[in-house]
Design a protein around this ligand. Structure first.
Ligand code: NAP
Length: 250
């Protein structure tokens, strides 16, 4: 089984499969994070070279089941997974955590992209907390009037071409109370983030609600056509079903 990872769910799923004698699992990482957290199964790192490269990997390693447990915003690898699964005739299951839903008291301004969200912040200077990946920060430079508090797992090098930016290092989970303290300490008046879903990064959403701050939130990219489950438990059940001997023609 090949798990395309880079998420908590992928790591959890790998943990559930690690001790099983009937499946050999490999987890794939893109290699974006300098020091990724440890995984309980063998890990391969780096791009495959598009859908054709992934398809070749599936074939060469005699993969019976591909699980796309990548981040909901990692649209390219998910499209590649779908194409590669079709090319190599390997079943694909997508494990995708649900997006956050707006709750009473939330002041969300939804956008189709990070650029659009930055534009929606408006012309007047704001003090904005940007919880984005460090590869996604370029659009912030087009709005130098704002103060940016940027939090990322690895340092932003080189720093942004933005006169009023401060940087924080941090890896989730982030608790609501800590996020409230952070937003207060930096006198933040807007939050910029993606609708990633999941508990680990929900703290900032709950904190913004509590403090009455607007959240400029990027909506998720469209989902593909492959069977999709929302929990590790359901992924395991579907994997067992897909891997049943009769499905493999044994
Ligand atoms: P992306 O734009 O969808 O993918 C870009 C390229 O990176 C892919 O075409 C592929 O290269 C390679 N790649 C991505 N995920 C891979 C994986 N798990 N294993 C091997 N190669 C992979 O992806 P992204 O948004 O840059 O995200 C990169 C990774 O970080 C993903 O694994 C994702 O789960 C994780 N992540 C992303 C976000 C986010 O907000 N985007 C947040 C947290 C974690 P080739 O075409 O050469 O195969």
């Amino acid at each position: 089984m090949l798990i395309l990872g880079g998420t908590t769910e992928a790591r959890e799923l790998a943990g559930r499969l690690a001790s099983r004698a009937d499946v050999a699992t490999v987890l794939s990482l893109a290699g974006r994070t300098e020091k990724p957290v440890a995984h309980p199964v063998p890990v391969r790192t780096g791009g495959f070279g598009g859908a054709a490269g992934l398809s070749a990997w599936l074939r060469d390693n005699r993969v019976d089941l591909l699980i796309d447990a990548t981040h909901p915003f990692a649209a390219r690898i998910s499209a590649n997974a779908e194409a590669a699964a079709a090319l190599s005739d390997v079943p694909l299951v997508v494990l995708r955590r649900p997006g956050w839903a707006r709750e009473p008291g939330d002041d969300w301004i939804e956008a189709g992209s990070i650029s659009e969200a930055v534009e929606s912040l408006g012309a007047a200077p704001r003090r904005t907390f940007a919880a984005l990946g460090r590869q996604e920060l370029a659009p912030l430079q087009r709005a130098p009037q704002h103060f940016w508090l940027v939090r990322s797992v690895d340092p932003v090098i080189p720093p942004l071409d933005a006169p009023r930016a401060e940087y924080l290092l941090g890896r989730g989970p982030f608790a609501e109370a800590d996020e409230i303290a952070l937003l207060r300490r930096h006198r933040i008046d807007a939050v910029l983030c993606k609708n990633s879903g999941g508990a680990a990064s929900y703290g900032k959403i709950a904190a913004a609600r509590r403090l009455g701050l607007p959240v400029f939130i990027v909506a998720r990219p469209p989902e593909g056509a492959a069977p999709t489950v929302v929990s590790v438990e359901k992924a395991l059940a579907l994997a067992d079903h897909r891997l049943a001997p009769e499905k493999r023609g044994e």
